[in-house]
Structure formats: structure tokens, C-alpha cells
Design a protein around this ligand. Structure first.
Ligand code: ZN
Length: 283
């Protein structure tokens, strides 16, 4: 195990840098394939459009570097499902059906080469239901030979734990281009964040049954029903921010990144060792 996320591990783990015999060996060794997926879209006046890609790939890179001989890090899928953000210049959106088929083709290719454990790590909220479907379809379309799972980087248990300790925003403050995402970007490339333009836009739907806020970590208000919906982003946010970006700090971002890397490495280990029972056909 590498002593630090920033040291250079001796074992190759970046899939794109490996030769095909090395990849064949990695699959045979039961290493977990980590596939980052994100999107390019508006993130307020203060953050670049590559926010989801940068945060997700950084979490995956740092997590993989902690356990280089137990995983391979597949090059990221940087384009995702963002049609509800198209009112904001810069957003690039992939049709939902195309996205599912495209990412499923990648997971099935990995399974074809012998990777039996695949972890999709998502960095864009609206990719979430699609990533869940892709993980399930990977299992079904490989007849159970490959086990695929999907997780959002902010959904890692270690991230939730640290965020609950350090957040300053009320629930609703961490949703998009928010306290969480801005802090993480500040920890990676502070020169690209303009905090003088950071704003807070919270609580667009003050009702009791429809979520008054959604929060990456706190979830939804206890008074709301578990309804699923997503209106066009421009109907509730002028800046593109949903949450409170003004509370972001580099220190918080560093703590969140460290927690995410640890949580991801632990999850990869668990997935690698997970015992899945044999299918039983009861016909
Ligand atoms: Zn984002």
C-alpha cells in the first residue's frame, strides 16, 4: 500500500497506461475496474464547467493510488446526462439512452476481458439513476459473471461522516456548485475558482410534500415525500448554483478529498472480496 496518495506507486494501475498483457494479468488477478463518470455543465459564476469531471477523477485517482495492486483505473467517461442544464452555455449533454448504452458497452468490454468486479464512480447527480441501471444491466447482460456497482463520490460513507462534522451550511447547502463541490475544487485547482463570484441559492420549493431542498449529503427534508422529479435548472437557479458556495474553503475540500480517497479504497477492497452465491435455477 502506498504511504501517500501523492507518492508514485510501483504497480501500474492506470488502465490507459498499461499494455494488453498487463491488463490481461490485472484481470486474472481479480483487480477491480474503477470507472469514473461525470459530465460537463455549468457550475455557477465561480466554477469551471469541468467541475464534476475534475472532482470525480481526482477522487478516483487518489483512491486508486492507495491500493494500486487491487484495482485498475479506467479512463473516465467525461460526458453525461445534463439536458435540464442546457439553458446554461457550456453544458454538453448526452441522451439518456445513448449514455446507458455507451457506458454499458464499456463495462461489458471490461467483463469480456475478464474483469469480474467493476465499480462505477459517479460525479454528477443526474447520472445517478442511469449508473444504477448500468450496474444492474452489467450483471444481467454478463449472466452474473461480472458484478458491477455504482456509487456517487459524495455518497461514500467516509465522505458523509466528515461532511457532517465540517459543514457550515444548513441542509440544502450542498447540492450543486455548492459548499461541497466548491471546497473540493478549491483543494485541487484554487487558481480556477473565483470566490468573489460565489453565491448562495437555496430552497427553491418551500412546500412540505415536494422537496424544499435536496442535499448531496443530508438527502431531503423529512417532511417531503419520496417523489422523483427534475425541472429545468434555470427555473429555480439564476446563477446555476443550488446550495451555498460562499461557505466553501480549501481546507474543507482537502478533508473531503482525503475521506473520499479512503472510502473509495475501502469500498474497492470490499467489492473485491465480496462473496456472491451461485445462481439456482428452480425450474
Ligand atoms: Zn457538480
Amino acid at each position: 500500500m502506498a504511504s501517500s496518495a501523492h507518492s508514485t506507486p510501483s504497480v501500474k494501475y492506470r488502465y490507459g497506461e498499461m499494455t494488453w498483457p498487463e491488463i490481461r494479468e490485472a484481470a486474472a488477478a481479480g483487480r477491480v475496474a474503477i470507472l469514473p463518470v461525470a459530465t460537463i455543465e455549468d457550475h455557477g459564476y465561480h466554477l469551471p464547467v469541468d467541475t464534476d469531471v475534475l472532482l470525480c477523477t481526482t477522487v478516483c485517482e487518489r483512491g486508486a493510488a492507495l491500493i494500486p495492486d487491487e484495482c485498475v483505473l479506467v479512463p473516465p467517461v467525461i460526458h453525461g446526462y445534463s439536458p435540464h442544464h442546457m439553458d446554461f452555455p457550456g453544458t454538453l449533454s448526452i441522451d439518456g439512452h445513448t449514455f446507458i448504452k455507451y457506458v454499458l458497452d464499456i463495462t461489458k468490454s471490461l467483463a469480456h476481458h475478464g474483469f469480474t468486479r467493476i465499480l462505477i464512480v459517479n460525479g454528477h447527480g443526474s447520472n445517478t439513476p442511469f449508473c444504477e441501471i448500468i450496474a444492474r444491466l452489467t450483471v444481467i447482460e454478463t449472466a452474473g459473471n461480472a458484478i458491477a456497482m455504482a456509487v456517487n463520490h459524495w455518497g461514500l460513507n467516509t465522505v458523509r461522516e466528515v461532511v457532517e462534522q465540517i459543514r457550515e451550511s444548513a441542509p440544502g447547502g450542498m447540492s450543486h456548485a455548492c459548499e461541497l463541490e466548491t471546497s473540493m475544487y478549491l483543494a485541487i485547482k484554487p487558481e480556477l475558482v473565483d470566490m468573489s463570484k460565489a453565491v448562495a441559492e437555496v430552497n427553491p420549493y418551500p412546500t412540505t410534500s415536494i422537496p424544499a431542498w435536496t442535499d448531496l449529503v443530508a438527502g431531503r427534508p423529512p417532511t417531503s415525500s419520496a417523489v422523483a422529479w427534475m425541472p429545468y435548472w434555470s427555473t429555480f437557479s439564476q446563477s446555476g448554483v443550488r446550495g451555498d458556495a460562499t461557505l466553501a474553503t480549501r481546507e474543507k475540500g482537502e478533508q473531503i478529498l482525503a475521506a473520499a480517497a479512503e472510502g473509495l479504497a475501502a469500498l474497492v477492497r470490499e467489492l473485491r472480496q465480496l462473496e456472491v452465491g451461485p445462481r439456482v435455477d428452480h425450474h
